[in-house]
Design a protein around this ligand. Structure first.
Ligand SMILES: NC(=O)c1ccc[n+]([C@@H]2O[C@H](COP(=O)([O-])OP(=O)(O)OC[C@H]3O[C@@H](n4cnc5c(N)ncnc54)[C@H](O)[C@@H]3O)[C@@H](O)[C@H]2O)c1
Length: 403
């Protein structure tokens, strides 16, 4: 397993639990040490308990150095270069280069990282050929993009369908052997570029649809209409399924993957890149709304709730909530940021935040289920203490009866 982060580690754990000998390779020494000591400090009990299990202790070993094996699974980062938004393939290339000295012939190389279309054919095949291995003949090559949802990793790794592209059928079928022992979902076999495209299209579909919902919400704001409410009604139509507008799109995948399509065909990605820009603009739009809403205070004390990029996780990657708070801090606002899902953020619960900070305004940026119920439970305090509550990402107008 080359790369034992959010994506590589769960697969390493699931395989090790079943008795497969897994050798996890990561350039992050601290992570390697933490895996070997079962001392990961993740805010996720399931990772920890699986890591401590007897089977994992016996079958999973981590190291910073690659070594030989029957199959290599690559799950290293594939970020964007800024400001060009072109893909940075250096991690994937380095991962392939690190295993080349350990290839003897007959091994499988299976890429799980999300990669731009034609990466396997134009980047990985030449690296292997230059080292004297013809993919499909001397070694097998497959791409099986990971599509699990952070926050629900161990359920989805088993339940989700899996797409496996191969340089030939034998490569794809061999990659399937990695997953078949635990997979409950279907496996769809295809070629390398179709597997690359499939993952990118799934994420682009969501990103474009979120942008549409965000644009509807902006129209509603101009017209002083609560679009959350209108969307609820519109979604009763059998062929309409408008997503929820929000404060922006974060995480590791949606803000990144649509640009991989733009990279290979800029002429036909106008809708896709426009959607990306709409979603990227939403944190600024939200910060502006907050500034307007607190303009009647002299020097308001603000508590912002939620720092994760989406509800019910502690994942802060590309978090719109953080961009909003950073922007308000830069403007000089007195703002405290709290997320009960993120350990290093002070305070045990919302009540303690209110008691200690005595805010004028509370801004709910991320509607974690437990934050919303906490807010409901202490709603009375808001009235008594005259705290103003601004909520984003939640419908505030109850739907009207249908008849
Ligand atoms: N996190 C998600 O939600 C998600 C979902 C689906 C797909 N993906 C894709 O999976 C891939 C991995 O993402 P992630 O979230 O696991 O990233 P991550 O940063 O959590 O983990 C990647 C790991 O790879 C290590 N690494 C980097 N270069 C290496 C090298 N040359 N050799 C060995 N280790 C190396 C890093 O130290 C890191 O620990 C990306 O392509 C991402 O787009 C992520």
């Amino acid at each position: 397993m080359i790369g034992t982060g959010f994506i590589g580690l769960p697969l390493a754990l699931v395989l090790a639990e079943q008795g497969t000998q897994v050798y996890g390779v990561d350039i992050d020494e601290n992570l390697v040490e933490a895996i070997n000591d079962a001392s990961l400090r993740l805010n996720d009990g399931e990772f920890q308990s699986r890591l401590e299990s007897e089977a994992v202790r016996a079958n999973l070993e981590a190291s910073t150095e690659a070594r030989g094996g029957d199959a290599f699974v690559i799950s290293v980062p594939t970020p964007l270069k800024e400001p060009s938004k072109s893909p940075d393939l250096s991690y994937v290339e380095a991962a392939v280069e690190s295993i080349i000295p350990h290839l003897e012939g007959g091994e499988l190389i299976n890429i799980e990282s999300t990669i731009p279309p034609l990466t396997c054919v134009n980047h990985i095949v030449p690296l292997l050929e230059d080292a004297g291995f013809e993919p499909g003949v001397d070694v097998q090559l497959a791409h099986s993009p990971e599509r699990i949802l952070p926050g629900n990793v161990f359920e989805e790794i088993v339940a989700n369908d899996r797409v496996i592209g191969g340089i030939d059928e034998a490569s794809a079928r061999r990659a399937a052997k990695i997953y078949e022992p635990f997979l409950e979902g279907e496996i769809y076999f295809t070629d390398l570029v179709s597997a690359e495209l499939c993952k990118l299209m799934e994420n682009t579909f969501r990103d474009v649809n979120v942008a549409l919902a965000n644009e509807f919400a902006l129209i509603g704001e101009e017209m002083d209409v609560d679009m959350h409410h209108v969307i609820d009604i519109a979604n009763n139509h059998p062929r309409v399924d408008i997503l929820k507008p929000g404060i922006g799109v974060g995480g590791h995948c949606l803000p990144v993957d649509p640009w991989f399509l733009n990279e290979v065909d800029p002429e036909h990605t106008n809708l896709i890149t426009t959607a990306r820009r709409i979603n990227d603009k939403m944190p600024d739009v939200t910060a502006k709304k907050i500034r307007r809403a607190v303009a009647h205070y002299d020097n308001p004390k603000i508590v912002a709730l939620g720092a994760a990029y989406k509800p019910n996780t502690d994942d802060q990657r590309n978090s719109p909530a953080q961009k909003i708070v950073e922007s308000l801090l830069l403007d000089g606002y007195d703002i405290v940021h709290y997320d009960r899902h993120i350990e290093e953020m002070e305070y045990d619960d919302l009540q303690s935040v209110l008691d200690a900070e005595q805010p004028d305004v509370v801004v709910q940026l991320v509607p974690h289920d437990d934050t919303v119920s906490e807010l409901n439970e202490i709603q009375i305090e808001f009235d008594e203490r005259e705290i103003e509550l601004l909520q984003f990402g939640e419908s505030r107008t109850p739907s009207l009866p249908t008849t």
